[in-house]
Design a protein around this ligand. Structure first.
Ligand code: GLU
Length: 517
């Protein structure tokens, strides 16, 4: 192909973008970048009934969060502006009328009642209820009505639609980059409406006209549009644009984790993970659906996991940055069959990215969470918490949740740990350890550790046997990051306060019950 690659992401602003839509945007972007081409975004908002306020802004914000940048679009402009179909409304009629003139389309005056009647008749006769080469001959259109009658109706301002006139029996074939050759017979298709009676184009007309006018070379979109493709091919043919018809590539579905059917918008939070990139509040119902961003996913992790839902590299590698994907992506490595969403894998990706992300990015997210909870801590403090916690978490908020002991004194003590580790000589030794710590001047990890070890050997006990009790007193639980690093960060004052509180509420030497805290 010698034309510059130009692809488009063409969402309809009918609600929040589903992750399947995000993947379509991503694959378009990757394909364009791989080939040094352009990726544009066009808002397909011709169906005013389905328009949802805020959806366009949501789509743009989601793509921006993920780093999917468009070369042209309603937010950045471009040589083919406007990029919102509602603002291009006036230009579609001439194309529909051109097809009428060429004999490839016709005017249809049927009322909704007449259409309903036709549907019933055909169904009663066990025929497919469609407006096509056979049934159109019994309907009120410019193929059946005398010319002067058509003219009279038009002059009287009667509503009409323009329909594509498909031949009765013809094979439509086209090559799909992912599926190979697709062959459909026009007898299986119907005479789709191109222009509605309010003058608005339907999706099919607007989509094909815009792809042509915008110089689109490849149409990369979801599998749900495959049934529309033969119709689009016919439109290119009838318009006389076949030589520059885009290459089609229909992406496989993203399936529910159990593999039964498409992961849909309606799955919302039902399956335990977000299906939207950003949180979305339905403007009508006020229902809030969770988003990857708000759930603590990093955009790089979302990009990586979506890239691998349907595409695979030549080896078994799994971690790819956006730039690496731009270099590696190829349509011939997109699979035909649906890709099952794997929630555990999604979490694994996020963990990987938290481990390797720019720590300042994580800092900002953690800081925001801390501020919301009323904590004001230095950047240095928060960064050290992140370094200590990040290998233990899959999501950013867990740094704050699991690392609660970095921000507040324990309010309770894990009863299991108390039962198993706070017994025998331990309570007495902990009182001694507390006094030993009190005398320390240098509260750095490098000093705390040897002091603790020599305390243990002076008392003839293994350091390892004292450790869980020390942790328990400081954090209320058994696990956590390296204890002396933690003590250093908490500081002597906080540590001593916690030790005193624990010694006060946990059973003393010889006691077995926990006192009320
Ligand atoms: N407006 C369609 C959608 O909402 C676009 C389909 C296409 O890319 O042709 O997905």
């Amino acid at each position: 192909m010698d034309r510059k690659v130009r692809v488009r992401f063409a969402p309809s602003p009918t609600g929040p973008l589903h992750i399947g839509g995000v993947r379509t945007a991503l694959y378009n972007y990757l394909f364009a970048k791989k080939h040094g081409g352009d990726c544009l975004i066009r808002i397909e908002d011709t169906d005013q009934n389905r328009y949802v306020p805020g959806a366009e802004e949501y789509i743009l914000e989601a793509c921006e969060w993920l780093g999917i940048q468009f070369d042209e679009g309603p937010h950045v402009g471009g040589p083919h502006a406007p990029y919102r179909q509602s603002e291009r409304k006036g230009m579609y009629r001439q194309y529909a009328e051109d097809l009428v003139r060429k004999g490839h389309a016709y005017l249809a005056f049927d009322t909704p009642e007449e259409l309903e009647e036709m549907r019933k008749k055909l169904e009663a006769a066990r025929m497919p209820a469609k407006y096509d080469a056979v049934s159109r001959m019994n309907m009120k259109n410019s193929l059946t009505l005398p010319e002067d009658e058509v003219q009279r109706r038009m002059n009287a301002g009667e509503p009409y639609v323009i329909r594509l006139k498909l031949p009765r029996k013809e094979e439509v074939r086209f090559h799909d980059e992912i599926r190979g050759w697709v062959v459909v017979h026009t007898s299986q298709m119907d005479d789709k409406v191109l222009l509605k009676n309010d003058g608005m184009p339907t999706y099919h007309l607007a989509n094909v006209v815009d792809d042509h006018l915008m110089g689109i070379t490849h149409v990369i979109r979801g599998e749900e549009w495959l049934p529309s493709a033969p119709l689009h091919v016919m439109l290119y043919r009838y318009f006389g644009w076949e030589s520059t018809m885009p290459v089609f590539a229909h992406l496989p579905l993203i399936l529910k984790p159990e593999g039964n059917g498409k992961l849909s918008k309606r799955d919302g939070d039902r399956l335990g993970f977000p299906v939207f990139p950003l949180q979305w509040t339905d403007p009508e119902t006020g229902v809030v659906s969770s988003g990857y961003r708000e759930s603590g996913y990093l955009p790089q992790a979302v990009i990586n996991l979506l890239a691998l839902l349907g595409w695979h590299p030549s080896d078994n590698r799994e971690l790819f940055s956006l730039d690496e994907l731009c270099r590696e992506f190829r349509l011939d490595r997109v699979s035909k069959s649906g890709a099952k969403f794997d929630q555990n894998k999604a979490r694994w990706f996020n963990h990987q990215y938290i481990m390797h992300a720019d720590v300042f990015t994580i800092h900002d997210a953690v800081e925001e969470l801390l501020q919301k909870q009323g904590y004001a801590l230095s950047q240095h403090y928060v960064l050290r918490v992140i370094y200590m916690m990040r290998e233990k978490v899959e999501f950013i908020p867990e740094i704050v949740e699991k690392g609660h002991y970095f921000f507040k004194d324990p309010e309770s003590y894990d009863t299991d740990v108390v039962e198993k580790k706070w017994k025998g000589d331990i309570p007495g030794l902990m009182i001694k350890l507390r006094n030993h710590f009190e005398n320390l001047k240098n509260w750095e990890e490098v000093m705390l550790k040897p002091h603790f070890e020599s305390f243990a050997s002076a008392n003839n006990v293994k350091a390892g046997a004292l450790m869980p009790a020390l942790r328990l007193m400081v954090s209320g639980e058994a696990g956590g990051p390296p204890i002396f690093e933690m003590l250093e960060l908490l500081g002597k004052e906080t540590t001593m306060r916690r030790l005193d509180h624990a010694l006060n509420v946990l059973p003393g030497p010889g006691e077995s019950e926990i006192k009320a805290s």
